[in-house]
Ligand binder design. Sequence first.
Ligand SMILES: NCc1[nH]cc(CCC(=O)O)c1CC(=O)O
Length: 324
Amino acid sequence: MDALPTPDRPLRIGTRGSALALAQAHETRDRLAAAHDLPADAFEIVVIKTTGDRVLDRPLREIGGKGLFTREIEDALLDQRIDIAVHSMKDMPVLQPEGLIIDCYLPREDVRDAFVSRRWGSIAELPAGTPVGSSSLRRRAQLIHYRPDLTLVEFRGNVQTRMRKLDEGVAEATFLAMAGLTRLGMLDVVRSAITPEEMLPAVAQGAIGVERRKDDVIAAAMLAAISDLPTTLRVTAERAFLRRLDGSCETPLAGLAELDGENLWLRGEILLPDGSLSVRGERRGLVSDGIEMGRDLAEELLGRAPPEFRELAGINPERTSPPV
Ligand SMILES: NCc1[nH]cc(CCC(=O)O)c1CC(=O)O
């Protein structure tokens, strides 16, 4: 951007077209408008279709590759078709393309997973053999590790699609992020919130990040005013953990950082996809050491994991940690 936005030359906010993505883009617009005393029409929401939106019939992990929900949006940023892009940080690759940066995070929503079912109130209530729908590698591995007697069913789609599949009996329960349901005003489908002790959430679950061109000083200054410091510190530690582990996006893993004043508590978990193994650990330290803690915890878990995990993650055991 080469000037502050006006209704004639609005700041263009790129987003996917899903109901959740649009809600997140509107939240970002509203926060920017309020912080800078600008009218809503000084912003334009630009919807961009991504590969992840186009392919609906297969589990995302089979399509493979990183950035299924982000590549087209980042191309639009680089081509100056949009000025900022709003993302669920949970879906973001650890590295951004040259020339782009994410350094603005909105206040984080509920990080927990929700248990969603017509018939049952919680995982503990599910009888042996019950079909449970999820296509998330992490949730599938965590559930089967905890309850090997349950049956996993592939499950994709938006909340309405998943509720219909539950009605049709494809599965009797499923999981969704509390954050997304909260932002959509759909908490009524939640039977119970799952504690991080039962199911550690995905890295950055519930956090919205805003990406921009590195050299766009106007966007940088505008975004700085709405960035939330606690969320930034937590997501930074979690993503440092992720960065050391996630060579392929094909490994189930979870991570959650919590803040208490100056103190950061980071928990992490890596699993094998069939749930046969879960390795968990934690670090406590000063928030200023968050990146180091993330990296150290990842190293510890890798050291305790069997070779299969490294192979799946495409991690070369000889490699040292890259700078974060
Ligand atoms: N992988 C899809 C995705 N990306 C972000 C959210 C929810 C919102 C969030 O965690 O920020 C979801 C859906 C879900 O897991 O229920």
